[in-house]
Design a protein around this ligand. Sequence first.
Ligand SMILES: Nc1ncnc2c1ncn2[C@@H]1O[C@H](COP(=O)(O)OP(=O)(O)OP(=O)(O)O)[C@@H](O)[C@H]1O
Ligand SMILES: [Mg+2]
Length: 260
Amino acid sequence: MPPVLEARQVAKLFAKDNHRIVALESCDLVVKEGTFVALLGRSGCGKSTLLNLFAGLSRPSSGQILLRGAALSGPCPGVGYLTQSDTLMPWRKLHRNIELPLELRGVERAERKRRSDQLIEMVGLKGHEGHYPRELSGGMRRRASLARMLISDPGLLLLDEPFGALDAQLRAEMQAELLRLWQGSGRSVVFVTHDIEEALVLGDRVVVLGERGQVRLDVAVPLERPRDLDDIRVDPDFVNMHRQLNRALKGGRDDVIPAT
Ligand SMILES: Nc1ncnc2c1ncn2[C@@H]1O[C@H](COP(=O)(O)OP(=O)(O)OP(=O)(O)O)[C@@H](O)[C@H]1O
Ligand SMILES: [Mg+2]
């Protein structure tokens, strides 16, 4: 499979009060078309910075970001990005937030409503169409943002901790919906999470980023799909990988394993 996304020796620096913050340094990551990559890493290691670069919302300070082999110069229509923080428009009701990308493209009202109704159902927000974001819970807003991202039918999905605010049952339901959307669709997914179990349930591959976005561990997940968390928790492969990922997250130097 050809790469859909490539970070090649990427550095990203920020300037703050005469200090330089190195968010990413020599970051190398290749995501192959059609695959589901889960990204793990401690807080502040540069996951969101990397996703912003992949989404074309910011430029690397040095190195290259390639989308399907071409240098990325800005946001692309086929790339959906669910950012870590909420970007719903407070003055728009739920359904109008979700329909916004189609409205901007001039899609007619009936078609917009048909698509948003489908997605509202899928993310479990039926009955809340007329609510403003402030009238929704954090988890509901997150699901609304997901629906807004999906309405454009992107081929590449960048998701920054999409299900962190959800209760366990809802999280499992949303994971299943996401997998249903992804499997056999040819879509590619980069999914940031803090949760090792979530990474193992979802990913074809799990990548652990260390400080400044350096790949510390990059492993294929050999578990068969569908993966039911209750079943795979006792699978020896799962137990081993969980341990390995946990060690890599804690970050002893001995745990550094080169990317495959
Ligand atoms: N706009 C910015 N200006 C200054 N520093 C920034 C900016 N964005 C990120 N940083 C810094 O870059 C580093 C990486 O931040 P980033 O948000 O990518 O981390 P993260 O891995 O997503 O963390 P978390 O898991 O907490 O979301 C941090 O030290 C952060 O303070
Ligand atoms: Mg982040």
